[in-house]
Design a protein around this ligand. Structure first.
Ligand SMILES: [Zn+2]
Length: 262
């Protein structure tokens, strides 16, 4: 079936009412998402979640905006050079959506403060490029049973993985070594934005219970060929981080028909 342009908004409204609705929007307003890293991934995912109406967004970063960041970090602009990244991003998120609460945390996430900084949150976005911080996110979220969405990128190669502690594999189930590694790998902004968009989309699905999040998969995207692979992954029964965890939280997702009729 072909739609006339004048008919498209009618269908859009219909789909929105069926699959989204005021109740879902209100539930999103009550949620808190913590984003670790206000760089290439974090500026995009936080902007999308702010626009979508997540009620409270905490951003954690301790860096300042540098000239070298401007080509790969969407929400840091020329005028922001020298500013704290949390302030630069926080200002823009509040302008994008003045009806949400944005919390700026100018601290480096460490093993000592992770418990406090990642508390009172419904979901964490791993938007860091630091493997040690990533390991801290993984351990803390598993211990506190907070779902988080990991993304990693190097050049044109990137990956996304959802971790729901006790239900899906955690990062330590899949990646053996997370204690060291290179930082500041070059990224291409459309590709990093694609990965951050997937993080935001999966975050919304987990927060609202709509759809089918890609649980138990490592999503691998090759930006050069645009090949996307969903690799099925299992929990490691000997995982040093999550093997003993039995989840106490329940997650239910509702399948919806979201596609626009064509
Ligand atoms: Zn594990």
């Amino acid at each position: 079936m072909k739609l006339l342009p004048s008919e498209i908004p009618r269908y859009s409204r219909q789909i929105a009412l069926e699959s989204w609705g005021l109740r879902t929007q209100r539930s999103l307003k009550k949620k808190t998402v913590t984003i670790v890293g206000a760089g290439a991934l974090g500026t995009v995912s936080s902007s999308l979640l702010a626009k979508a109406g997540v009620g409270r967004i905490k951003i954690i970063d301790f860096d300042e905006v540098e000239v070298v960041n401007l080509s790969s970090q969407l929400m840091h602009w020329d005028r922001d050079v020298g500013k704290k990244k949390t302030r630069s991003l926080g200002e823009k998120l509040r302008e994008m959506n003045p009806y949400i609460h944005v919390v700026e945390i100018n601290e480096k996430l460490t093993g000592d403060n992770a418990d406090k900084l990642l508390s009172d949150t419904d979901l964490v976005i791993d938007a860091t490029d630091n493997l040690i911080v990533r390991d801290i996110i993984n351990r803390t979220c598993v211990e506190k049973e907070i779902p988080f969405i990991h993304a990693g990128i190097r050049g044109f190669y990137g990956q996304v993985m959802i971790v729901i502690p006790g239900i899906t594999p955690c990062l330590a189930c899949i990646f053996e070594e997370m204690s060291s590694g290179p930082r500041g790998c070059p990224v291409v902004i459309p590709h990093v934005s694609l990965l951050a968009s997937i993080q935001a989309l999966e975050a919304i699905k987990i927060l609202t219970g709509l759809g089918e999040p890609a649980l138990g998969y490592l999503i691998y995207i090759d930006g050069l060929s645009l090949e996307m692979e969903k690799i099925m992954i299992d929990r490691n029964p000997d995982c040093p981080v999550c093997s003993k965890l039995k989840p106490t939280k329940k997650y239910e997702f509702t399948k919806i028909q979201g596609a626009c009729p064509a």
